[in-house]
Each structure stands twice: as structure tokens, then as C-alpha cells.
Design a protein around this ligand. Structure first.
Ligand SMILES: Nc1ncnc2c1ncn2[C@@H]1O[C@H](COP(=O)(O)OP(=O)(O)OP(=O)(O)O)[C@@H](O)[C@H]1O
Ligand SMILES: [Mg+2]
Length: 156
């Protein structure tokens, strides 16, 4: 399976999905989160952190001014928000490739900013508004790493 869509009727469904992603994550995984402002990318990342076992007192917020926040969990979580990325120089300063090809889970908001630096193996998630509290999550597994796991995303 390469593609999948999950309807999220409300916040609780988004949180359940995020926890599942966190539980399924393996070292070196990359998840890209696309979607308009307020679609729920950071909210989903908070639940991914929960699923990874990031301690609850480390509240995950959008790393708007630093591009990257790192959290300890079963695997390290590297949360990037590239909305304000100024170009590839920023990514070099960040050590971008050491994170995405490292042993943690990298979650990237606004991945379109990466251009050709987008890693080949990744799970793409696109969140769309489907109502005030409803969203649609569209998944594309790029590369082998996530393909077998797509079927598990909406299983308990
Ligand atoms: N089903 C849902 N899934 C996710 N968020 C929801 C849902 N319903 C309501 N919300 C609310 O929508 C908002 C989503 O904000 P969030 O910061 O996660 O979006 P974002 O995609 O990261 O935006 P930005 O592009 O500004 O970083 C939150 O206030 C959240 O509580
Ligand atoms: Mg955000």
C-alpha cells in the first residue's frame, strides 16, 4: 500500500492518529506534515511525541524561531517547522542531514521549503480542513520504510 486517507472527525481522532504514528516510528524515519495554517500539524506532532514517550512536561510547540526542537523519547523526536526557512544555508547551519539520516524520528512542518533536499524515504501527510473540527489526513508512503505500516495506522 502506498496511499491512504483517514477521516478525522475531531481533535480526539487526530490525537489518536498521532499517538499511533509515534508508536510505529522507527529510527531514521521522516514524516512530512503539509497543510494550511491551523490545519493541525503541530497538534498532530504533540500526539506523535506522546506516542514516542516524550515526557508530558516537555510541551511540544512550533519551533518557529529556531527551525528545530529536539525531545527525548523511545527515539529522539526532531520537530522542524520550516515556515520561515530562508534558504539552504539555514539548513546547513542546522545540520539538517545529520538529523534526517540520524537515529531519531524527524517530523517536518512545511516540507515544501526543502526542494531537492527532501529525503526519498518518507511518510507524507497532508492535513485538510473538512469542517471546523474535522480534518482529512492523506498519506503517501514514499520509499519502502512506511509502506507496510500504512495499513496499521487506523488499527487499534
Ligand atoms: N481535528 C483536529 N485536528 C487538529 N487540530 C484541530 C482539530 N480540530 C480542531 N483543531 C484545532 O486546530 C488548531 C490547529 O493548530 P496547529 O497549531 O496544530 O496547526 P498547524 O497546522 O501546526 O498550523 P501552522 O501552520 O500555523 O503551524 C488547534 O487549535 C487545534 O486544537
Ligand atoms: Mg504548526
Amino acid at each position: 500500500m502506498k496511499e491512504k486517507t483517514i477521516h478525522l472527525p475531531g481533535l480526539a481522532a487526530t490525537l489518536t492518529l498521532g499517538r499511533k504514528l509515534g508508536q510505529l516510528a522507527r529510527p531514521g524515519d521522516v514524516i512530512t506534515l503539509a497543510g494550511d495554517l491551523g490545519a493541525g500539524k503541530t497538534t498532530l506532532t504533540q500526539a506523535v511525541g506522546e506516542g514516542l514517550g516524550v515526557p508530558g512536561h516537555l510541551y511540544i510547540t512550533s519551533p518557529t524561531f529556531s527551525l528545530l526542537h529536539e525531545y527525548p523519547g523511545r527515539l529522539p523526536l526532531y520537530h522542524m517547522d520550516l515556515y520561515r526557512l530562508e534558504g539552504e544555508g539555514d539548513l546547513e547551519n542546522l545540520g539538517f542531514e545529520e538529523y534526517i539520516y540520524g537515529d531519531g524520528l524527524t517530523v517536518i512542518e512545511w516540507p515544501d521549503r526543502l526542494g531537492r533536499l527532501l529525503p526519498e524515504d518518507r511518510l507524507e501527510v497532508r492535513l485538510e480542513f473538512a469542517g471546523p473540527e474535522a480534518r482529512t489526513a492523506a498519506f503517501t508512503a514514499c520509499g519502502a520504510a512506511w509502506q507496510a505500516r500504512l495499513a496499521k495506522l487506523d488499527q487499534p
